[in-house]
Design a binder for this molecule. Structure first.
Ligand SMILES: C[C@@](CO)(OP(=O)(O)O)[C@H](O)COP(=O)(O)OP(=O)(O)OC[C@H]1O[C@@H](n2ccc(N)nc2=O)[C@H](O)[C@@H]1O
Ligand SMILES: Nc1ncnc2c1ncn2[C@@H]1O[C@H](COP(=O)(O)OP(=O)(O)O)[C@@H](O)[C@H]1O
Length: 291
């Protein structure tokens, strides 16, 4: 398919630098504390506005039926919310591993909302777009907020946080972990004491979901062990991705080269593992698309 007349919009991935579960709401959703970091790696959304009312996905995304595609759901929801008479053709080039704890689908949805806010000339304020985004998933508000954030509530209480220019290696074993299943686990602790930014800066933090996932999925446990040889590794979100921070690009690239040029990691983990190197971003590339 040619993407002539389409405009391209980045949808960056995120990692959770830590993730504490501090409680549970009556509706079952979990209260958390986390730092979300934007990465200079992600998907690309291609959009062509339509003068009619139609919203179409122009190509299949394997494993994601059109009706449940977060990009398509985001466009319908925004149309419903604003009563816009316009439509859109939407295509996603996926790079972020699906269900990887890197917020790929949520970021896609946020970029669709931000892009259509401009293409449909809606001029919605950031707060309003965030409230629309929250209906699609707990991770969506962060991407519309558009800055690295100290996050509380179920993902909707966002405070901007400054982070250093860090390089990361992110690896993802090819296994499927359901976010809902990990949150529902009997083994999940839901009573971590509230922490502070000062404790985060001293790395006195962890990922509560990681404890559950490591027990159930040896592939994740092994990825953490392997990556920790080079720099302390931690799981992002509900997994399966694992990341480690590096001071410079050379060090991160050397680890990635070892993954790509030998089968050492795959043999150790005993399943397919993909990896990438990314730099932390300070701001979402579409930050200026909402006021
Ligand atoms: C764990 C985190 C951390 O960033 O990310 P991922 O690993 O998915 O990237 C998020 O909290 C996930 O956000 P998101 O993936 O948008 O979750 P949703 O679609 O809203 O919810 C999926 C399911 O997870 C559970 N859920 C999600 C968020 C939350 N704060 N409490 C929950 O209990 C609910 O059972 C819900 O049905
Ligand atoms: N555009 C999309 N991209 C990725 N996943 C999507 C999309 N739309 C819906 N999904 C569904 O959302 C699930 C979670 O995807 P994703 O956001 O990539 O992972 P995570 O929530 O672990 O960060 C996928 O397994 C898929 O079924």
């Amino acid at each position: 398919m040619t993407l002539q007349d389409f405009q391209a919009y980045p949808a960056p991935a995120k990692i959770n630098l830590f993730l504490h579960i501090t409680g549970r709401r009556p509706d079952g959703y979990h209260l958390l504390q986390s730092v979300f970091r934007l990465l200079d790696f992600g998907d690309t959304i291609h959009i062509r506005p339509r003068a009619d009312q139609a919203i179409h996905r122009t190509e299949d995304t394997p494993g994601v039926p059109e009706a449940s595609d977060l990009c398509i759901r985001a466009a319908h929801l925004l149309k419903q919310h604003t009563g816009s008479q316009l439509g859109a053709d939407i295509h996603v080039t996926k790079r972020t591993p699906m269900g990887g704890g890197l917020g790929g689908g949520s970021s896609d949805a946020a970029s669709v909302l931000l892009a259509l806010n401009r293409l449909w000339k809606l001029d919605l304020h950031r707060e309003e777009l965030i409230s629309v985004g929250l209906k699609l998933g707990a991770d969506v508000p962060f991407f519309i907020f558009g800055e690295n954030a100290w996050v509380e509530g179920i993902g909707e209480k966002l405070t901007s946080i400054q982070l250093p220019n860090t390089h990361y290696v992110v690896i993802t074993p090819r296994i499927h972990i359901s976010t809902a299943e990990i949150f529902a686990s009997k083994q999940l602790t839901r009573d971590t004491n509230p922490t502070t930014i000062a404790a985060f800066l001293r790395d006195l933090v962890h990922n509560d979901l990681e404890t559950v996932v490591r027990r159930q999925y040896p592939e994740v446990e092994k990825c953490i062990d392997w990556l920790s040889q080079f720099s302390k590794a931690r799981m992002s979100g509900s997994g399966a991705s694992v990341f480690a921070a590096f001071d410079n690009q050379e060090a991160a690239k050397a680890v990635l080269a070892r993954i790509n040029e030998t089968r050492e990691l795959q043999q150790y983990v005993d399943c397919d593992v993909s990896g990438f190197h990314a730099k932390g971003l300070d701001q979402h590339p579409l930050h200026s698309f909402a006021n």
